[in-house]
Design a protein around this ligand. Structure first.
Ligand code: NAP
Length: 279
């Protein structure tokens, strides 16, 4: 598995695993745990979760998936905006640590901007980092103006990642946010890289045509496309073991200039500033 460097110099897997909707249905737990474990075996050792997902249920699934191999895995979790105050962040973090059955979160993100001042959340993250409850912190769903506010906050230079929506039908970040982060060594974590519900994106004739040339699937093309930047981490979610295998193998798909031009023609790159797309 290729790796991406965080600002600290630590390397994480370029393709990770999402967990949204995992933990929602009891009868699916065994399958979801097995899918995450297979993904780890195949090198997708970064796992993305959140206190929001299944109301903590996804964090519990992650705990079971990484049991006995915690040191091989890089766990990302997120705090709700309404918990992102000076006292709310450490309390939420403790609850997540308990559900995750671990003593540290590798990367802790603000899920999106809410009512608490960003500087207050940053101060809380920095305290947690000093207490070694979290190893890195970052944000999610923040555009350039918010990132500049983070950068101006005391300790804001420690921001390691920004997790945002990014796939061929949603590529506004290429205009400004992505280069802004790249210049500062901040990782972009591309969420919903397969288009979330997948049906529309994965039926794109351009992706299908490129996939045919490479003898791979449109999903693998979508992942390879997102990974063409040096600071992008992709976090597809898959409960189906065939999907997990396919996603891990996407690391070997290298798109040519011809492929990228074909994708650009059908999924236009941004020509000007666009508001940040959210799911
Ligand atoms: P996604 O990863 O784009 O798509 C997930 C869907 O794709 C699932 O239905 C999955 O099916 C299917 N799939 C997976 N691999 C496939 C393949 N190779 N071929 C065909 N279909 C495939 O959507 P997402 O879950 O929205 O995004 C990924 C992760 O990003 C989330 O799970 C979450 O961790 C994170 N996220 C973060 C935010 C945020 O606000 N920060 C928002 C959205 C998502 P199966 O499960 O049946 O395999």
């Amino acid at each position: 598995m290729r790796t991406i460097k965080l600002p600290s110099g630590e390397q994480v897997s370029a393709i990770g695993q999402g967990t949204w909707y995992m933990g929602d249905r009891k009868g699916e737990a065994t399958r979801e745990i097995a899918a995450l474990q297979l993904g780890i075996d195949l090198g997708m050792t970064l796992i993305d979760t959140a206190e929001m997902y299944a109301d903590g249920g996804a964090e519990r699934i992650v705990a079971q998936a990484v049991a006995g191999r915690r040191d091989q895995v890089f766990i990302v979790s997120k705090v709700y905006p309404h918990n992102a105050s000076r006292s709310g962040v450490p309390a939420a973090c403790e609850r997540s640590l308990k559900r995750l059955n671990t003593d540290r979160i590798d990367l802790y993100l603000l899920h999106w901007r809410g009512g608490h001042p960003l500087a207050e959340t940053v101060a809380a993250f920095e305290s947690l980092r000093q207490a070694e409850k979290i190893r890195h912190w970052g944000v999610s769903n923040l555009d350039v103006a918010d990132m500049e506010e983070i950068a101006r906050s005391p300790g804001g230079g420690e921001c390691a990642a920004n997790q945002v929506l990014y796939h061929p039908n949603s590529r506004g970040i290429e205009y400004d946010l992505l280069p802004w982060c790249e210049t500062r060594g901040i990782a972009i974590m591309a969420y919903s890289p397969l288009g979330h519900t997948t049906s529309r994106l994965l039926r794109s004739p351009a992706l299908e045509s490129v996939a045919k040339r490479h003898g791979c699937t449109p999903a693998q093309v979508a992942l390879a496309w997102g990974l063409r930047f040096p600071n992008v981490i992709s976090i597809p979610k898959a409960s189906d073991p065939d999907h997990v295998r396919e996603n891990a193998a996407a690391i070997d798909v290298v798109l040519t200039a011809e492929d990228l031009a074909e994708i650009d023609a059908a999924h236009k790159p941004p020509g000007r500033k666009q508001p940040l797309d959210l799911l």
